[in-house]
Each structure stands twice: as C-alpha cells, then as structure tokens.
Design a protein around this ligand. Structure first.
Ligand code: SF4
Length: 383
C-alpha cells in the first residue's frame, strides 16, 4: 500500500534505530505533539526500542481530549433542546461532561447524530428547515478549514438553521505554553505533520529559536516517527535548534493556501481554555464577526454551567507530559475505554486509550478472562 507499507519497513526501522543509537551521548526528552503520533509510538513499541535515555513525552495533541469541560457541558445543554439536531463526530459522544455525556442526552430524547463531515450536518439542515442543526466543531488546524468552509457554504446558500459550536485550538501557542511551564522537561518537538500540511511551517522558526529547541515536522507511520527522532537527536547532539521538515510528502513550507484563506475568512484568533491545562492566550479560533450569526453559543445562550472534573482523573498531567497514563491510579481499574473517567481514555487519539489498547503493563491489574479491549468508539476524522 503506497505511503504506508514503505513507512513500516522493519529493515529500515532497524537502520534508523542504529543511527539514533550511534549518535546519542546523553539523555534527551522529546515531545510528540499529536495523539495520532502517540498511538503509533505505543502501538509499535517505538518508545521501548529507542536507546535508553531518549524519552518520548506525549503532548496535548488530541483534540477530543483538550476540548474544555465547559464546552462539553454547553454541547449537552444545546443538544437537549427539543428544536435542535445536534451533529458530532463519534468520539465526542462518550466524552464525559459534568454528570453525563452526549449518549446520555440521546437516550433521554435528544436528537444527537453522528456524522462523518460537517457537510453532512449542513445537508441535514437543508433537509430539515424547521429544525435547528448544530455541528460540534472541534479540532486543531486540520479540521478548521472544512468547518470554516461549511459555515461559508451555509451563508452562501442562505441556510439559516445551521450553526457551529466552535472549540478550535491552535498548536503553536500550546507549544509556547509548554515551554514556559517551570516543570517543562521537553528539549525538542516532533511537530504534527497534518497541522503543518495546512498551516505550513512559518510559525515554528521563531519558537525554535526563542526556546532553543529543535522542531522536526513528522508524519504518522513508524518510520516517520523514527526519522523525526533521529533528526531531533542529531540537532540536540550538535547544539542546534532549527525547524526541519521530515514529512515533505505532505507538508510544504507555505502550507495549503486555499485552506488558510478559508480559515482567515471565517475565523479569528481568540484565547482558548484547554481541558486539564487552562486558558492559553491566542490558542484558538472563533467565528469572526461576519459569521457570528452561525455561532451556536450566540444562537443558544447557555447559562448556569457549573463544571466539575472527576477527582480521580489526572488527564491534565497526562496532556502536559507530566504523567504517563499507567501512572494514574484509576488506569485500567475505575477508568477503561468502556468506563472512561477522562477524555484521554475516550478518544481514538487519547494517550490513556493508547496505553490501554496496546501496552501490557505490570501496574495494570489482570483483566482476564474478559474479551479483548475494544477501540474507543468510532474512529473520528477529528484531528
Ligand atoms: S487513566 Fe482515566 S482517570 Fe487516569 S488520567 Fe487517564 S482518563 Fe483520567
């Protein structure tokens, strides 16, 4: 399978590992920013194959996981309204809000539907002019263009019963926040290739320079990860801190101009709260003034939300790379993909789900004779 098989070749993986081993003289800590990369790393045991001292820290790159509890609670309130058809990708339905999730809202009579594209939601709006259709627009720079384009289309077609509940986040401000944290141990970044395929790499050189960290744009197959690690380690060993593109088959320096133009037209930068982390300045997008009538928060004001995170869940620390999932006491006991306490166990990109699905851990209690663990609901196109 082109672009998959050749990036999983065991012989090439061994050569890359040999190269990394030969160049390492000291311990280094690298953060992979994206949850998709985390899943590849854990699924293929890449972190265990690397030489001792080269540590991979899992970053806050799962869009489902970082969607703030307050927004989930707003989604629950809007989805429960009788006039609303609430559309979302599948992962979001099981993400716990305060007290319930979207599945529960559906079981209580809410019209909650799983869609595979925001355009599906727009189609539902066209077919149901007497209903209000809301699409849950979350994700990083990768999902922002299709969501922006859907709002653009809604306005162009004069569809007024459609709106977007927006919780879009941006990666570079999160990297900035991670580097400014006093507890930060990260010395280099494997930047998320799909984000850069939209945004290009222009935002990274200043970051790399200011914090003196190498940033290597990296793909999602095992050899992509190993090549990203190889280049980051090589820079660190040489005392360099530049931006390298190790994913040229998808990423150009200038990104995707059409997608960038769509984002620019429909969204504007805003501060955003990240679940488990807090508010990061300029780390998100909201609909710009021109499109405000398509903002679900504007159309359905929700008040009286009192959010409450489960006390046992330490996903905030997991998302900041301060804790590995299996070090959480609830991992594999009170918290599993079937009974998740936090979004990091729900999402198909969550770090806790990756450890649960792919890693046999001594600290996890024996679970036999249960059936094999199920993947977390439906894989979502959210990235
Ligand atoms: S294992 Fe569960 S409870 Fe622990 S941090 Fe992960 S999601 Fe939260």
């Amino acid at each position: 399978m082109k672009y998959i098989d050749e990036f999983q070749d065991p012989g090439l993986a061994r050569r890359l590992l040999d190269d990394i081993r030969a160049s390492v003289t000291r311990p280094w800590a690298l953060m992979e920013v994206c949850g998709g990369q985390t899943h590849t790393i854990i699924r293929h045991g890449i972190d265990q194959l690397l030489p001792e001292g080269v540590e991979l820290i899992h970053g806050p790159g799962c869009p489902v996981c970082v969607t703030p509890l307050e927004v989930i609670d707003k989604a629950l309130a809007i989805a429960a309204r009788p006039e609303v058809v609430f559309c979302s990708f599948g992962d979001m339905l099981r993400v716990p809000g305060t007290g319930k999730d979207l599945f529960r809202v559906r079981s209580e009579g809410g019209d909650v539907r799983v869609v595979y594209s925001p355009l599906d939601a727009l189609r539902i709006a066209r077919e149901n002019p007497d209903r209000q259709v809301v699409f849950f627009g979350i994700g990083f720079e990768t999902t922002a263009p299709p969501n922006a384009m859907t709002v653009y289309q809604a306005r162009r077609l004069g569809i007024r019963n459609f709106s977007l509940l927006v919780s879009h986040v941006r990666v570079p401000p999160a990297i900035e926040a991670i580097m400014q944290s006093p507890s930060c141990r990260v010395q280099g970044f494997l930047a998320a290739g799909h984000v850069c395929s939209v945004m290009g790499t222009a935002e990274y050189p200043e970051l790399a320079d200011r914090h003196r960290v190498p940033v290597v744009v990296t793909g999602f197959e095992p050899l992509d990860i190993l090549e990203g690690v190889r280049r980051a380690v090589r820079q660190l060993e040489r005392g360099e801190h530049t931006v390298e593109n190790a994913y040229p088959r998808a990423v150009r320096t200038e990104g995707n101009p059409a997608a960038l133009a769509m984002i620019e037209d429909v969204f504007e930068v805003t501060d955003r709260a990240w679940r488990g982390i807090g508010t990061i300045p300029d780390s998100g997008w909201r609909l710009s003034e021109r499109y405000r009538e398509y903002d679900a928060e504007h159309r359905f004001p929700v008040s009286g939300i009192a959010t409450r995170e489960p006390e046992a869940c330490r996903s905030g620390e997991v998302l900041q790379g301060l804790l590995k999932p299996h070090q959480c006491e609830a991992f594999g006991t009170a918290c599993t993909p079937r009974t998740p306490l936090g979004a990091t166990m729900v999402s198909s990109e969550g770090a806790c789900a990756a450890y649960y699905l792919y890693r046999r851990l001594g600290t996890a209690p024996a679970r036999s004779p249960q059936p094999a663990p199920q993947p977390p609901l439906e894989a979502s196109p959210v990235v």
